[in-house]
Design a protein around this ligand. Structure first.
Ligand code: MN3
Length: 215
């Protein structure tokens, strides 16, 4: 098995005016593709790793068992492949809103929906240099907001990414240049809330099945 570029769930121009078509096309066909090519090249040194995993996310979850000579590549290129594969689905051409149930979940963790958005935007703004802002879920059902450098994935710390924002300059520079804040503000028009909630519910269901089996 080799990793390959997933197709986008919408057209390159579908996120206009918030993210322009040219940025989306370069981001997907050049940047995302490059992470995949470099990840595949690294894994060729350890073909057994290809056989062990069925997804790049699985590979990141077992980062500590990855051979030392390709660990950095799996972290950076594998992280890049995973993060971008999720990122395309966290964006929606159609404006969506979180459900009442999910707003309650966000309120419980962050005080209010606006406080969550502020915290997430701050995490995206304050990431110095390249990286990502995250909303994640841990094994105890706790939601967290933080940022990571480069392509580091929360999966490497066993946290499930529910929502992520790419704040590498390649994600916004053509349209927004140095104005990362404007890009972050535009992002809130694009968040695919039904997808975020699907990820949250899948995990919660898996956890309750698991605790059910323990009994
Ligand atoms: Mn990117």
């Amino acid at each position: 098995m080799k990793f390959s570029l997933p197709t986008l769930p919408y057209a390159y121009n579908a996120l206009e005016p918030h993210i322009d078509a040219k940025t989306m096309e370069i981001h997907h066909t050049k940047h995302h593709q490059a992470y995949i090519d470099k990840l595949n090249a690294a894994l060729e040194k350890h073909p057994d790793m290809f056989k062990m995993v069925s997804s790049v996310d699985e590979l990141l979850l077992m980062i500590n068992e990855v051979p030392e000579d390709i660990k950095i590549d799996v972290r950076n290129q594998g992280g890049g492949h995973s993060n971008h594969s999720h990122f395309w689905h966290w964006l929606s051409p159609k404006k969506t809103t979180p459900s009442k149930e999910f707003i309650v979940v966000l309120e419980r963790h962050f005080g209010s929906f606006d406080a969550f958005k502020q915290q997430f935007s701050d995490a995206a703004t304050k990431r110095f240099g390249s990286g990502w802002a995250w909303l994640t879920l841990d094994a105890n059902g706790k939601l967290e907001v933080f940022n990571t450098p480069n392509q580091d994935s929360p999966l490497m710390d066993k946290k499930v990414p529910l929502l992520g924002l790419d704040v590498w300059e390649h994600a916004y520079y053509l349209k927004y240049q140095n104005k990362r804040g404007d890009y972050i503000a535009a992002f809130w028009n694009l968040v695919n809330w039904p997808h975020v909630e699907k990820l949250f519910n899948e995990f919660s269901k898996r956890e309750s099945n698991r605790s059910g089996k323990k009994k």
